[in-house]
Design a protein around this ligand. Structure first.
Ligand SMILES: [Zn+2]
Length: 273
């Protein structure tokens, strides 16, 4: 028995490292405690029951930690389909859909990523992109950013989150943190409620300041690459900064303090040689 545990604990240690690299979810925490107890050396003194419980927890984490990118992409597609069903998608005849179609006409494949766009009709100032290349823009954001290039700069920023791997990492964290999703997956399908719960997490993704800075820089490069008016990236951020702290505060950027600082940083990027 003790030899078996020793073999497992080195396997756990390897998994733990990869889990730490890829997630911050509760899976890593469970695995961490399993590894610590396995490494503490007093396992032989424990009852079989305790060991069984540890192994069962570790097996669950093992399954979660091995969720492949392909599996996550498939879950993401299901989540987006559910979001499109539960949000009010602007019909093709609406002024919002017409405007978005027009200004994204050339954006079908960005940097190897196939894109698809829809407008959600809501006063909320928001936009998000998911790992499969779906981009959803809220009509509230379109009302705030009347300049097409400003809207394009937000789209470029959102594409950045996908291309830089932030969106897939976020999907992994949400998926691993959702006990309901793990159970549903093991039973052969994710129900509407679980998909809605995951959708909520992806829409309200809390990216780190570093990830936001990286995506801002990606957005500036995106504007340059397409020869769009690059200063629109700065003016869009200033408009979003003006909402900070207000009731209409944008979830898009308002969740992080410092939209003004980010606008200043974008200004530096634009004016740098
Ligand atoms: Zn962002």
């Amino acid at each position: 028995m003790s030899r078996h545990i020793a073999v497992c604990s080195s396997l756990f240690a390897t998994l733990f490292l990869s889990a730490c690299l890829s997630t911050e979810g509760d899976g890593a925490a469970v695995l961490s405690s399993v590894v610590e107890s396995a490494q503490s050396g007093d396992i032989s003194g424990d009852t079989d029951e305790k060991n069984e419980a540890r192994l069962s927890a570790a097996t669950d984490v093992f399954k979660a930690a091995t969720v492949s990118d392909a599996e996550l992409q498939s879950v993401t597609l299901q989540v987006v389909a559910e979001l499109d069903k539960t949000n009010q998608v602007a019909p093709a005849s609406s002024k919002y859909a017409k405007r978005l179609n027009k200004l994204t006409r050339n954006l079908t494949n960005e940097d190897g990523l196939e894109l698809n766009f829809k407008v959600y009709l809501t006063n909320e100032v928001n936009a998000f992109a998911t790992a499969d290349g779906s981009i959803r823009v809220y009509s509230g954001l379109m009302d705030l950013l009347r300049d097409d290039n400003e809207l394009r700069s937000v789209i470029g920023h959102e594409i950045g989150h996908v291309k830089l791997g932030h969106s897939l990492a976020e999907a992994r964290t949400a998926y691993l943190a959702s006990a309901a999703a793990k159970v549903a997956a093991s039973e052969g399908g994710l129900g509407a409620q679980v998909l809605a719960e995951l959708g909520e997490k992806l829409i309200n993704a809390q990216f780190s300041q570093a990830q936001e800075s990286e995506s801002d820089a990606y957005g500036v490069e995106f504007m340059k690459r397409h020869k769009y008016k690059v200063t629109a990236a700065e003016s869009a951020m200033r408009k979003l900064a003006s909402l900070e702290g207000s009731e209409n505060g944008s979830k898009l950027f308002g969740s992080h303090p410092g939209a003004k600082e980010r606008a200043d940083k974008i200004h530096e990027l634009i004016t740098a040689k």
